[in-house]
Design a protein around this ligand. Sequence first.
Ligand code: ADP
Length: 570
Amino acid sequence: MQAAIPEDERGRLATLRSFHILDTMPEQSFDDVTLLASQICGTPISAISLVDEQRQWFKSIVGLDVRETHRDAAFCSHAILEPGHVLVVPDATKDARFADNVLVVGDPKIRFYAGTPLVTFAGDALGSLCVIDRTPRELHAGQLEALRVLGRQVVYQLELRRAFEELRHTVGALRQAETDLRSEQRNQLELRDQLVSHVSHELRSPLTVIYQYVSILLDGLAGSISGQQREFLDIALKNALQLQRMIGDLIDSTRAGTGKLALDRCRIGLGHIATEVTASLAMVASAKRIRLHADVAEALPEAVGDPGRLRQVIVNLVENAIKFTPEGGTVTVRARVDAGDPAAVRLSVEDTGCGIAPTEQERIFDRLYQVNDCSNRSRKGLGLGLYICRELVLRQGGRLWVEGGPGEGSRFHFTVPVFDLATLLAPVLSGKNLERGTLAVVRVHVSPQADQEITQTGASPVGAAWQTVKACTNPSMDVVLPRLGEDDRSETIVVVAIADEAGAGILASRIKEQLTATEEIGRNGYVWEVTTTLLSLPHGRGNYRNAEVAQTVAGMIDPHLENTSWKRAA
Ligand code: ADP
């Protein structure tokens, strides 16, 4: 006799599907239960049967080699009709519901059946855990109880499995959402940066025009002006200048964000730049009755960095110091060899101002961050200054940080690497390169033609020559030394190459060829000269050899270097 269909069969089937268990591979945890059930009940057959629309499918079965049977023949279809009871059939041949069942009449010739329904937490009977025998029999109370307990264990496992799958699904969806969000944020940031960069560039030109015309009026080139007109024009000029700096900050900050801050590495005197900046801001400081002075250590070693960009960093730090220091205070610009790292020069800007709370000391370097509660509220920046400064310093191989709490004043410090030939040459003075035994020093001197009046158009000829020489070299074999001077009029560009005579000749010819083709040089009346010197690599080891090479190269490019930096490396 066919079993009736449960009342809410559609809902029951939907629940069964939600477990995603049908037609899955066997699992040890379910197989353990059927094995235990058949052993406890002493039956040759046990199964976890799930009643699907047209079939019963066995998640686990012992004693029979089938995965499913038709639903019409399933004893379990009867078991699920009464979810609260264990269906026990002592002798199927004597039970009207099963006497003509194909599984009773034919193989496996079922006589005894006991099945406990598998009822989910929500009350749906999915199938049963059953034990089967080929001879009629009974179960004692303990066995029946054990069967119920094992049935509940099957349900726990099913529920756990479903919860775990749902969790995994949720985690996957969350991860995907996070990835999408990140990429969306990245896109928006990129768009914002593009917009800011575009708008800033577009604002620059009209602003320059305003600045120029106001200057013309102030200079009296368009007729004489009254005292009040001068006062108003001065205010306009000051604001135009401030706007110009803000636009510059915006452009720099978007460049920093996209890694496009251009740097021109030179051999520099950081102390000299510090003194220069201090002098240029003396008026601003004295207008606020602030004592501003530079304290540069004697015989400060030269450093490597972009002089324009480092000037920008120092100006920013000193202007901030003046801004946040009350009248009568002091601002000191100090340049020293870094006490913690002798291979770096440290520049410090120290003030007697309001200081910065420890909790703010990292945040002030964030983009657009400004401290709210500092006494000086006449803010005129965008909160980009320190962010740009830190980016600029980091990109030049140094670091920038602040010390001093509220009431102590602030001490901003940054470092830049010392100009040290041994360190600069180290990357090529290693490994297989040394086996070649020789190195070549190629010097390119670029200068204006004698008696030539300079009217430069376009990019600087010295800068263009430097780019050209750089493009002719191979970074794994050659080192182009940082520009040796800040002078934009003439320059000696030095390439130290691991090469023999033939290699040096090839490199020199390539450089000459490319310099001839560099338009900015000839067009501006500049000339160049290339000289090549071949050196034997000294024997000796590691640092000693590098120091010896550095000393020789130093003597060749600039006798002044012989008694400064190279000695530090030795
Ligand atoms: P902005 O470009 O607006 O000047 P900065 O990035 O230069 O912004 O500075 C960020 C914050 O750091 C400012 O809000 C200011 O409060 C704080 N700050 C900078 N320099 C000093 C200083 N010397 N003393 C106290 N606070 C400072």
